[in-house]
Design a protein around this ligand. Structure first.
Ligand code: NAD
Length: 482
């Protein structure tokens, strides 16, 4: 296979099409997303039908035959050229991401950079055969073979990064992939697949845009072998039930309600900016933001006061304006959920020490909010807000705060903050979550597997185990004589 590595010229970002078998197509019926900063309609996108899905699956199945036989070196070359072309179009990707997702332009640019970094780093990971036994007449080897056709179902909070993690894992390990973006944010994913047509044979990377009926068409399809889904826990359960029909392999990256435990020995001034950013980045619409902040009672009052002061310095507004940190909530449905949560705060008579209100005059804006020491069973502690509404809770006893941190059905991320490393590791070792951080939160890397415990997911993405999630294990018993 020869890849034209020079083909990274500008992509057109005005019209948006499905990508099936390296051809751009649209559908009779179309729809559009909404720019959440001003409620204006974004461009029209296809609404894929069962016929489009069948065509894409057939093309992916055909492509798999040859693609699965290419070498890692060939796939690395294609992915590397793809990364270079994304880089050449980075500015337009970032602009489009702000338009569809609402996140401020600098945060969108960071997501585009991460997308490129993720490709370049993941293709450096080596998948080795594991020689279990080797004797004169017998060799037993465990190797990893691609599964076939993968479906990549993507949410609206990180449309590019979360799609690319699935695309790279699938095609680098020899699978073909069909991306299904969220109906709220289809634009950058369609353009990623359009760009991919320059570097991959027809059917290896495809993308279908659609409405709510499209996800189930993929999870139900008998000729798809693997679904990698990122989204809410409730949808994840439906995806798994649907995939069970033909025992599709599944990776589920689901919702979280991450606790952070702040001990009494911290340097408050040093950690406040880090805690503030790790609680409110992307207007808290990230699965692994701090969503329950447990602060030791000895420092609680000072911490609370300084946290309020810090959050007040962060600007709210349209993501295209300079220096904005808080963009809008991405969509109306999520905005309505945030409003309902804010009303529960009033009904439950909780103490709001910052924000607590919305601005819907021209977009879906929620003012950054802090709730002072709400009871453990209040909705704001128990539920994932996915909006900038943060409960800060007082603690005094280590076992008790650990019980609270581990009490929920989710287990995505968790952190502990202290100068005492022994205390930190003691607490960290007892936290029930897929990612545990000491003195930070939300560190992520393409080389590090990422996944949830309990109802936050099944399996991992990224890193070596993430790649192996797109492979079947095969053991070969190689006898040199009968
Ligand atoms: P969602 O579950 O509503 O949708 C996710 C995707 O699934 C979308 O593309 C949607 O169109 C599709 N979908 C919806 N119903 C489907 C069905 N029945 N079958 C197949 N696909 C279906 O989630 P969302 O609102 O887009 O994202 C927010 C949630 O995602 C939050 O709970 C957040 O914590 C979680 N999330 C998790 C991670 C992680 O890696 N663990 C990362 C980002 C977001």
């Amino acid at each position: 296979m020869t890849v034209d590595t020079t083909n990274s010229g500008p992509l057109e970002f005005a019209t948006f099409h499905n990508v099936i078998s390296n051809e751009l197509s649209s559908t009779t019926t179309t729809r559009h997303g909404i720019n959440p900063a001003n409620s204006k309609p974004n461009p029209e996108v296809p609404v894929s039908t069962q016929e489009d899905v069948d065509r894409a699956v057939k093309s992916a199945r055909n492509a798999f035959k040859k693609w699965s036989k290419t070498s890692f070196e060939e796939r690395r070359a294609a992915l590397s050229a793809f990364a270079k072309a994304i880089e050449a179009n980075a500015h337009m990707f970032a602009k489009t991401l702000t338009m569809e997702q609402g996140k401020p332009l600098n945060q969108a640019a960071t997501e585009v950079e991460m997308t490129i970094t993720w490709i370049r780093a993941m293709i450096q990971i080596e998948i080795k055969e594991n020689v279990i036994e080797e004797k004169d007449d017998l060799k037993i080897v465990q190797r990893y073979v691609p599964m076939g056709v993968a479906g990549a179902i993507v949410p609206w909070n990180f449309p590019m990064l979360l799609a690319i993690g699935k695309v790279v894992s699938a095609v680098y390990t020899g699978n073909s992939v069909i991306v299904k973006p969220s109906p709220f944010t289809p634009y950058c994913d369609l353009k990623l697949a359009e760009l991919a047509t320059r570097f991959f044979p027809p059917g290896v990377v495809q993308c279908l845009s659609g409405d709510d009926s499209l996800g189930p068409m993929l999870t139900e399809h008998p000729d798809i072998d693997k679904i990698s889904f990122t989204g809410s826990t409730a949808t994840g359960k439906r995806v798994m039930a649907s995939c069970a029909k033909n025992l599709k392999r599944v990776t589920l990256e689901l919702g979280g309600n991450d606790p952070a435990i702040i001990c009494d020995d911290v340097d408050i001034d040093a950690i406040i900016p880090k805690i503030g950013i790790s609680s409110y980045l992307c207007s808290s619409q990230i699965c692994m933001m701090i969503k329950r902040l447990y602060v030791h009672e000895k420092i609680y009052d000072t911490f609370l006061e300084k946290m309020i002061a810090f959050v007040k310095t962060l600007k709210i507004g349209d993501g295209t304006e300079p220096d904005v940190f808080f963009g809008p909530i991405q969509n109306k449905m999520q905005f309505e959920k945030a409003k309902a949560l804010l009303s529960s705060i009033t009904t439950e008579k909780l103490k709001v020490v910052l924000g607590g209100s919305i601005n819907d005059s021209h977009g879906y804006f929620v003012h950054p909010t802090i709730i002072d020491n709400p009871p453990e069973l209040s909705r704001i502690v128990q539920e994932e807000p996915f909006a900038p509404i943060l409960p800060i809770v007082k603690w005094s006893n280590e076992d008790d705060v650990l019980d609270k941190a581990n009490a929920l059905g989710t287990g995505l991320g968790a952190s502990v903050w202290t100068k005492d490393f022994e205390r930190a590791t003691r607490i960290a070792n007892q936290l029930q979550a897929g990612s545990v951080w000491v003195n930070s939160h939300f560190d992520i890397s393409p080389k590090v597997p990422f996944g949830g415990h309990k109802q936050s997911g099944i399996g991992t993405e990224w890193g070596l185990t993430g790649l192996l999630g797109y492979c079947n294990s095969q053991t070969q018993w190689l006898r040199k004589a009968y």
